[in-house]
Design a protein around this ligand. Structure first.
Ligand code: 5GP
Length: 194
């Protein structure tokens, strides 16, 4: 998506450890007009999939997920990050390795909000090694719900999380795919990352 790519080139900052900072428009200050355009694009891609729920993960996926859900007219569920190891009972839980902070955390979703009849679209800000997306998709399968796919704002294709999940059959649509961030310079995939 041209608009998002241009914004990344203008305002994104490459940090050590292959981290792209996009605090100016996505991860801290949020450009809601841009989110609206991204939401329309996700809707164009998934409009025939009868999405009943959008699932994301706290915190930085929530903004994009909410604006997207307005276009789909469906609720948003955000998976909560939990420090409690032994969560009993009424939640689905999965373990996720953190790309940005290191270590592992659990994510939980109440069984009340994810049902077998749901058709779920996962929305997130970044896809790097695929741990967050893998964790979210396992919550969906634990609920017996259908995963229609994932809509991602920025995929760092050189970290290959997307390849691995796609090869397992997951439909992933990323609005900006980054081929490399060497020497602080962002380069996008022009149909040449696969
Ligand atoms: P993954 O689990 O795919 O390795 O990483 C995805 C999660 O890590 C995203 O939900 C996002 O919060 C965070 N993340 C991964 N890479 C970046 C990055 O380059 N910049 C920022 N701001 N967040 C990232």
């Amino acid at each position: 998506m041209r608009l998002l790519e241009e914004r990344i080139l203008r305002d994104g900052k490459v940090r050590d450890g292959n981290v792209l900072k996009v605090d100016n428009f996505l991860n801290h200050q949020m450009d809601i007009v841009l989110f609206g355009e991204m939401a329309k694009e996700f809707h164009r891609l998934f409009q025939t999939d009868n999405v009943t729920k959008i699932l994301t993960i706290e915190a930085s996926g929530i903004g994009i997920a909410c604006i997207t859900a307005q276009v789909f007219s469906c609720p948003v569920i955000f998976a909560k990050k939990s420090k409690t190891k032994n969560i009993a009972g009424d939640v689905y839980t999965s373990s996720v390795e953190s790309f940005t902070h290191g270590g592992t955390y659990d994510i939980i979703v109440s069984k009340e909000y994810l049902k077998p009849e749901d058709r779920v679209l996962i929305i997130d800000d970044f896809l790097a090694k695929g741990a967050a997306l893998g964790g979210l998709s396992s919550l969906v399968s634990d609920a017996g719900a259908t995963l229609v796919g994932a809509g991602i704002a920025i995929e760092k294709a050189f970290q290959h999380g997307g390849d691995s999940l796609r090869s397992r059959g997951m439909r992933i649509e990323s609005l900006a795919r980054i081929k490399s961030m060497e020497n602080g310079k962002v380069q996008f995939c022009d149909d040449d990352c696969d």
